[in-house]
Ligand binder design. Structure first.
Ligand code: NAP
Length: 292
């Protein structure tokens, strides 16, 4: 079943799988999108523990799923259950968007172009070619970010604790690896046009932490993006703003990866504002719930 068939469906079932999954904001974002498009489609979060992606995907296919979003810790595992792996997912080594095509799962990565769209909303990316793009982290999200920056012509620098993972990702994007806490880091940071946090620093137990070293200085016009979106305003973004950077929140990247998945599944232009509003309301509601 391709996009054309999906467009003709009056009803479609979509899902997000991961573990844990109850925190996911994808259901509110996609349900708002279906409502705004007048589509009688459903979207449900399903908890799937690591090692169980294969049977879960087979079951969802039998249940008539059109598309499935994938989150931690299954983004690598789902590749082994895909009938087709799109080039971006192959390069990154992780998939976040699955589409049922002719009875098999096509795995794609919309974290990469989603970040690209979020960047392009803020800056003229053609002006970034040849500049330094620095990524903290070397996991799946960092790989999507690194390939996105490479695609836009930036010279990628990967900063990671584990030298093997950091060096491997830097090599895959033809970039440079810097160890975590490397003395040369402030100098490289001061030249970077784009700086991205793709580590969990700033969320959960690591709330209040930032990958920026003490005394860091950012280049004029630097764009800083935090992939962490809970909380939306992280310590990293707070410090980056104070240093004069333009910022992209993790919520905005979540939005654009969802926009691309929705357009792939429905063949329709995504109602971006309705999706953004639903995310913002969910986050505000969540924050109120935490306070009371
Ligand atoms: P992952 O594959 O587990 O990779 C995590 C990376 O963070 C690794 O490189 C790890 O370094 C590093 N790291 C972990 N704890 C650290 C610490 N205390 N100090 C320094 N580095 C640390 O995770 P992922 O899937 O790439 O996700 C990373 C983050 O991006 C998560 O917070 C996730 O929620 C977020 N994300 C957001 C979006 C979005 O749409 N906004 C999409 C995808 C992911 P080592 O290699 O040294 O262990």
């Amino acid at each position: 079943m391709g996009v054309k068939a999906a467009v003709m469906r009056s009803r479609g079932k979509c899902f997000v799988i991961g573990y844990p999954i109850s925190h996911s904001l994808s259901p509110v974002m996609f349900r708002a999108a279906f409502a705004a498009l007048g589509l009688d489609w459903t979207y449900r979060a399903v908890p799937v523990p690591p090692g169980r992606a294969g049977e879960a995907l087979a079951e969802l296919a039998r249940a008539g799923a059109v598309g499935v979003n994938v989150t931690m810790p299954l983004k690598q595992e789902v590749l082994t259950h895909a009938a087709v792996i799109a080039p971006r997912a192959q390069l990154v080594g992780a998939a976040n968007t699955l589409t049922l095509v002719d009875g098999g799962w096509e795995a794609d990565n919309t974290d990469w172009p989603g970040l690209g769209r979020a960047l392009a909303e803020l800056v003229d990316v053609t002006g970034l070619a040849g500049r330094v793009g620095l990524v903290f982290g070397a996991g799946g999200a960092a790989a999507a970010a690194a390939f996105c920056l490479k695609e836009d012509g930036l010279r990628v620098v990967v900063v990671n604790r584990d030298p093997a993972r950091g060096g491997d990702l830097a090599g895959r994007v033809g970039g440079r690896y810097l160890p975590w806490g490397e003395p040369a880091l402030p100098e490289v940071l001061a030249q970077a046009a784009v700086v991205i946090n793709a580590t969990p620093l700033g969320m959960g137990d690591l709330k209040g932490q930032s990958p920026l070293p003490a005394g860091a200085v950012l280049a004029p016009g630097c764009v800083v993006c935090d992939l962490v979106y809970h909380p939306v305003e992280t310590e990293f973004l707070r410090r980056a703003r104070a240093l004069g950077a333009r910022v992209i929140t993790g919520l905005e990247v979540l939005l654009w990866q969802g926009v691309l998945a929705l357009e792939r599944w429905t063949g329709r232009k995504a109602p971006v504002e309705a999706m953004r509003r639903a995310l913002a309301e969910a986050v505000e509601g969540g924050q109120r719930a935490c306070v009371t």
